[in-house]
Design a protein. Structure first.
Length: 267
């Protein structure tokens, strides 16, 4: 029995030595087998790349100022037709005012051919300047031609003349240019302002020639429109305006004298 056990042990020891001495067999790669058979190397299969969804980080809410609301554009008023009075003011025989020449009378309406264009022209006569002006009808309003002021407008002109004169201490050349611009604008209220401001020095001997000429030009425009508005002569219109202006000067002089007396008594 002991011999059998020893024999079994020897056999097992030999088997274990054989196992230990055996070389590990390297596994042949599949690609090498393919090359050996076909002589062509297999291309490596590219792995499919699955694009991962990139989730943007949540942005913090930023407090923005509310955008200003756009105001709705006001609805445009419908076009108003020209009053019949304005159309009638361009009739033959009516007085009109041209900005650079003052009051004139429409003597006729004629047609002229300029090239291939037929134009209707208003023939306006200015008696004081002894001149005749032709104005195209379609350009009359753009040129500043307007009807003579109404009676109500002339009342407002009288209020302008009664108001306090504006005193200017600047250079006369600049003031003279402003006065001439007002006169040539054709605006009856601007012309009244020139007469009001320059009349306060009308009796002063040191008054310059240019100042006197500007004053007389503005006064003549005002007299001519007053005469046409009230259908009176130029002499009557001149007397009416001069009485108003002299009464104003007298009132201002009386007020100045009263103020001087009060100042003396207070002293």
């Amino acid at each position: 029995m002991a011999k059998n056990k020893n024999l079994r042990k020897k056999i097992q020891a030999k088997k274990s030595v054989k196992k230990a001495t055996k070389k590990p067999v390297a596994k042949k790669h599949v690609a090498k087998k393919h090359i050996a058979k076909t002589g062509i190397a297999k291309k490596p299969v590219a792995k499919k790349i699955v694009a991962k969804k990139v989730v943007a980080p949540k942005q913090k809410a930023i407090a923005h100022k509310p955008a200003p609301q756009k105001m709705a554009a006001p609805k445009t008023a419908p076009a108003v037709k020209q009053p019949a009075q304005k159309a009638a003011s361009y009739k033959v025989g009516h007085h009109v005012v041209y900005p650079t020449h003052g009051v004139g009378r429409i003597m006729a309406e004629e047609t002229q051919m300029i090239g291939d264009i037929e134009l209707r022209m208003l023939v306006i006569s200015f008696e004081k300047d002894k001149m005749t002006l032709r104005v195209p009808v379609h350009r009359a309003a753009a040129a500043g031609l307007r009807p003579v002021s109404s009676i109500d407008q002339m009342k407002k002109v009288f209020n302008t003349l009664k108001a306090r004169a504006r005193t200017s201490r600047g250079m006369w050349s600049r003031r003279a240019q402003e006065y001439e611009t007002k006169i040539n604008s054709g605006n009856i209220f601007f012309i009244a302002e020139v007469v009001r401001d320059l009349h306060q020095n009308v009796d002063q001997s040191e008054r310059s020639y240019s100042e006197r000429m500007i004053y007389e030009s503005a006064l003549a425009r005002l007299v001519g429109e007053l005469a046409a508005a009230e259908t009176i002569s130029h002499e009557v219109a001149t007397d009416k305006l001069m009485k108003l202006l002299r009464a104003k000067v007298a009132a201002s002089n009386a007020a100045a004298a009263a103020a001087a007396e009060v100042a003396k008594e207070a002293a």
